[in-house]
Write a protein that binds this ligand. Structure first.
Ligand SMILES: C[S@@+](CC[C@H](N)C(=O)[O-])C[C@H]1O[C@@H](n2cnc3c(N)ncnc32)[C@H](O)[C@@H]1O
Length: 381
């Protein structure tokens, strides 16, 4: 089977995406049916192997299987801690730093963003270039600008895009700065998550334009949102409720921390169940309350470490069916903050993430519950 023979695989992919409701617009369907994803995956990707990432080679699995993998509705990790899959001789440990996003999520985001013919779009996070190609198919390459942080990935994406006949404006650099020369954009779409909205996106989008992306953080809470820019220069919108997460924009990644040693601190009974961290919205709310704290998984216990101050909070069970104890140390009482936010959410009936919205101005960024004047949490900027 050759790349030319992938038409039926692309049609099947589009059909699967339509079946799960991520693809409703015929113009995006035409793009998915037209863009061969194998071109963007190159010759090597990673797949999870326990705690490691194992390289999968095109020549190793054979052409038929590779083309099937490439056109599966799957995220394929292409880089781990800066090492491309092609350069890894063995399974590697670390965190993904680039991937070809789940195709249904690529399209879902463009549908959420409301991107349509004639729009000028800034994409942040070119990655393999697959999502850039989907944009180019619908809008024309002249209307698409895409920024990639990693120069090697940027070069590969340019080759992939050229192979399928697209030459959008590709920029190597920090997408958190936007790309002023290409503005005013109708839409900014980010395929890496951010801890707050970069002001440049606000300044480079036209009035009435949109910013779509995932708000993420160091507790791995995440929420997909589309913001619209009002005439007053403020952008606002509601979270969609999609349970999706992206790797954080590199400048927003948490700094390395020393090995964790749990400290004994002030001890008291927990007033909310640490199990709420396993809830999509619960973890998101906790992250809003302590945005500079990292969530470290330790079985059912919750361990929080504040990156700025070293403050800690960790929970442990008091005994079967007896509730939980929390230990807190350092200048920030992390659990007090998290508990207060979770209690506010519970008092509102523990609504889904769609009950939350966000308002962004030049000075302050606030995530609110139910309405802009409801309970709110300021993001670190
Ligand atoms: C999930 S991948 C992108 C997937 C891509 N849209 C695709 O379809 O292949 C996220 C990308 O964002 C890039 N990235 C991270 N921080 C960035 C930043 N500040 N500016 C631009 N790109 C960034 C990463 O290097 C990575 O390639």
């Amino acid at each position: 089977m050759t790349t030319d023979d992938t038409a039926s695989l692309r049609r099947d992919l589009a059909a699967r995406m339509a079946d799960i409701g991520s693809l409703t617009d015929p113009a995006w369907r035409a793009a998915v049916e037209a863009v061969p994803r194998d071109v963007f995956l190159g010759t090597d990707v990673y797949r999870p192997a326990g705690p490691l990432w194992e390289p999968v080679r095109r020549h190793g699995v054979g052409e038929k299987e590779w083309l099937g993998l490439a056109h599966a509705d799957t995220t394929w990790v292409t880089q781990v801690d800066g090492t491309d899959a092609a350069d890894a001789s063995d399974p590697v440990a670390g965190r993904p730093t680039s991937s070809s996003t789940l195709p249904s999520l690529v399209v879902r985001m463009l549908e959420v963003a409301g991107v349509k013919e004639g729009d000028k779009v800034l994409e942040v996070g070119t990655g393999t270039g697959y999502s850039t190609a989907i944009l180019c198919h619908r809008l024309g390459a002249a209307n698409v600008t895409s920024i990639e942080y990693d120069p090697g990935l940027g070069r590969s994406a340019a080759e992939h895009l050229s192979t399928v006949g697209f030459s959008p404006t590709l920029v190597t650099g920090d997408g958190l700065q936007g790309y002023y020369e290409g503005g005013d954009y109708d839409a900014v779409v980010a395929t890496c998550a951010v801890r707050h909205i970069p002001p440049s996106w606000l300044w480079q989008v036209r009035d009435g334009g949109t910013i779509t992306g995932a708000l993420g953080g160091w507790m791995t809470g995440s929420g997909l949102i589309r913001l619209s820019l009002g005439g007053d220069g403020a952008a606002s919108g509601r979270f969609t409720g999609d349970e999706v997460s992206f790797m954080l924009a590199r400048p927003h990644e948490r700094p390395p921390r020393p090995m964790l040693i749990r400290r004994v601190g002030d001890v008291r009974a927990c007033r909310v169940d640490p199990g709420l961290f396993q809830d999509w919205t619960g973890r998101f709310v906790a992250q809003l309350a302590a945005p500079s704290a990292e969530f470290v998984t330790k079985g059912d216990d919750v361990v929080l470490v504040d990156v700025a101050t070293g403050s800690q909070a960790w929970t442990e069970p008091e005994g079967a069916g007896k509730g939980w104890t929390v230990h807190q140390s350092g200048p920030l009482r992390l659990w007090d903050r998290v508990e207060e936010a979770l209690a506010t959410w519970q008092a509102a009936g523990s609504p889904a993430q769609t009950a939350f919205g966000m308002t962004v101005t030049d000075e302050v960024q606030t995530v609110w519950l139910e309405a802009p004047d409801g309970p709110g949490w300021q993001l670190p900027t």
